[in-house]
Design a protein around this ligand. Structure first.
Ligand code: GRF
Length: 207
């Protein structure tokens, strides 16, 4: 791919993941341009971050649509206004039925090691609370291609962190988030370099 990879970011919340991408682009370690940010809540702070950096910020409020299909169509309509190579879900808490033309071009990140502690009810601090309640010794983050089921698509990268006795959900979340800040840009770079090959559930990373 020549020139910066063109991204669209979908978010629902504070936009720390968006901020990480903006920072990496500014530092020169990610050759990307964020064409648009779409928020599923009007009060998502991530939209403010986008505006502050001169990125178009669009609201498609989930609660305004009774039928999921109408919401999906509106997201697609908004995305279609831009030329985008890759869609990035960054704390996007809604299910978006990805049209066929975008399959394989939408990534998501989850703050645990999929297939554990993931799915519809696992988001935000609930993930880390569940990890601590279960007593596992490692956690981490997973970057994957999104499909039409929560946290289900083919896995691109995982990074692990230790879980320690004195952890609170917050301390664990912070440790995991540091790894997210490495993993997501890395997955985007691999996509940009054409090094990700999807075969069924498996993603090969080409040399
Ligand atoms: C991250 O932990 C990510 O794994 C999950 O949402 C969190 C980022 O949300 N998908 P935000 O950027 O803080 O709103």
């Amino acid at each position: 791919m020549q020139g910066p990879i063109r991204l669209a970011v979908l978010l629902s919340g504070t936009g720390r993941t968006l901020q990480n991408l903006i920072d990496k682009i500014k530092q020169g370690s990610l050759d990307a341009r964020i064409e648009v940010v779409i928020g599923s809540r009007a009060d998502a702070f991530g939209l403010q971050r986008a505006k502050k950096h001169g990125i178009p910020a669009v609201v498609v409020e989930r609660k305004r649509y009774r039928r999921a299909e109408e919401f999906d169509n509106e997201i697609t309509t908004q995305l279609d206004k831009y030329v985008v190579d890759l869609m990035i879900m960054a704390g996007f808490n809604c299910l978006y039925k990805i049209p066929d033309k975008y399959i394989g071009r939408v990534m998501n990140i989850h703050p645990a090691l999929i297939p554990s502690f993931c799915g519809k009810n696992y988001w935000g601090m609930k993930v880390h609370e569940a990890v601590l309640d279960y007593g596992v010794k490692v956690s981490g983050c997973t970057v994957h291609f999104a499909d039409n089921t929560y946290d289900n698509g083919p896995i691109i990268l995982q990074r692990t962190v230790p879980v320690i006795n004195s952890d609170t959900p917050e301390s664990l979340a912070e440790r995991v988030f540091k790894e997210e800040c490495v993993a997501y840009p890395e997955a985007i770079r691999l996509f940009q370099q054409g090094r990700l090959r999807i075969e069924g559930r498996k993603v090969s990373i080409l040399p």
